[in-house]
Design a protein around this ligand. Structure first.
Ligand code: AMP
Ligand code: MG
Length: 405
């Protein structure tokens, strides 16, 4: 008699809804601002002081009164950056000034050095300026009391620089989740081992660890669990105790030694055990001791594509990203090739995308044979072409959606 999966096949959207519903945002953590790069802010940041804190020259030249027009002025001194020379520029006067220096009292504009000619303590100009020209007013970049960063803002180079500017030494971020990564399968050996007959090297653990780190998670390498119920149970229980989220690969298909699904059902709650996606149909999502548990299919491409579609968004939600930043951006692309596709599942084919300026659109080119064991199909792929179910082969020239990796 044919065996059937006891798990209904659900849609990608249903799967994502179940996942984000069971992946809580991480607790907060206070970090030195310069160690928070890549994290997401948990609380808004307000600037206590204005920037610039004084009226600052934006060019090298002469601080003047604009009302004097282009007439020659008497030099009253120099105001360079970094101190207050306590000068006063009166009518008919000018002070030498450098970029970033405070504008002396009385001055209201800066003449560029290129327009000036100095002789005998006097300076002439080839043109006039308007009041305010080449001056950054106090608070014109950052107003005092301005909310400069909101909660949910990822901290990139500009944000780290802003924190430095306002002297904010410590920030509250959402703690990166610690992810336990485990491979399962009696056939697997470590990369440094020579596989005996019937064995292969474990690659998923390494590619998943790299993917998790790229997505901002911390990783805990839990090794390789054998296909034995008792040992696998031990690995799963021990692993889950030490992390915020678990990712395993292998052991979720329909084979006799695919023990991960039944063990998850015994230990916790399986939210789904099949998704209508290719690759990745047997992806299983459970919670166990309150922790999300992703059991990925064993084929190397399946596990990485499932990571992109389901685990990365979960990690980003947990890291505090706002919902519109959980997923990879999508673009419209034109297929350069005919993509074979069976209508029963939504398929994510690996491709290279390049923007064709002459045509004004992205062109998607396949990375070759799309078999889910062929990790080479992921190499160099900067996009996943989305081929929805309900449609057969997509001909060359078809317009498709693609996720930008
Ligand atoms: P499974 O999901 O356990 O049925 O495995 C499906 C296929 O993926 C089999 O050919 C496995 O040998 C292979 N596989 C499983 N785990 C890994 C792994 N960690 N690294 C490389 N291949 C794997
Ligand atoms: Mg297996």
């Amino acid at each position: 008699m044919a065996r059937h999966s006891p798990y209904p096949m659900i849609s990608i959207e249903e799967a994502l809804a179940l996942i984000v519903g069971h992946c809580p945002v991480q607790p907060r953590l206070a970090l030195p601002f310069d160690q928070a790069h890549g994290a997401v802010l948990a609380a808004p940041i307000v600037a206590d002081d204005p920037m610039p804190p004084f009226r600052a020259a934006t060019v090298d030249g002469f601080a003047v009164r604009a009302a004097d027009g282009a007439t020659e002025r008497t030099l009253v001194g120099a105001q360079f950056a970094g101190y207050d020379a306590a000068l006063r520029v009166g009518a008919g006067q000018a002070a030498r000034i450098t970029t970033g220096a405070p504008l002396p009292a009385g001055a209201d504009a800066v003449m560029m050095v290129e327009w000036s000619e100095e002789r005998d303590g006097r300076v002439g100009f080839s043109r006039s300026v308007a009041a305010g020209d080449f001056v950054r007013p106090i608070g014109s970049d950052i107003a005092q009391g301005e909310a400069i960063l909101t909660a949910g803002q990822p901290l990139g180079p500009a944000e780290i620089g802003l924190l430095a500017t306002i002297g904010r030494l410590e920030v509250d971020i959402f703690r990166p989740p610690r992810v336990g990564v485990m491979s399962t399968g009696d056939e697997l050996v470590a990369p440094y081992e020579r596989p005996a007959p019937g064995q292969i090297r474990d690659s998923n653990r390494y590619s998943l660890i790299a993917a998790i780190r790229e997505a901002g998670g911390e990783t805990l390498d839990l090794g390789i669990a054998p296909d034995s119920e008792e040992e696998l149970r031990n690995f799963m229980v021990q692993g889950a105790a030490h992390c915020d989220l678990m990712v395993t690969s292998g052991g979720v298909s329909m084979g006799e030694l695919d023990l991960v699904k039944p063990l998850l059902a015994e230990l916790g709650t399986v939210h789904f055990g099949r998704v209508n996606t290719k690759p990745g149909k047997p992806l299983t999502f459970a919670t166990f001791e309150g922790k999300p548990f992703f059991a990925m299919p064993g084929n190397p491409v399946s596990s990485l594509v499932c990571f992109e579609l389901f685990v990365r968004p979960a990690l980003r939600k947990m890291r505090g990203f706002p919902e519109d930043r959980w997923h990879r951006p999508r673009v419209v692309a034109t297929l350069s090739h005919t993509a074979p596709h069976s209508a029963d599942r939504t398929e994510f084919q690996r491709a290279t995308l390049h923007f064709d300026a002459a045509q004004g659109r992205y062109i998607a080119t396949t990375t070759g044979n799309q078999r889910s064991s062929r990790l080479l199909s992921m190499v160099g792929a900067n996009g996943l072409i989305v081929l929805p179910h309900g449609h057969g082969d997509y001909k060359a020239g078809s317009t498709v959606e693609a996720m930008l990796l």
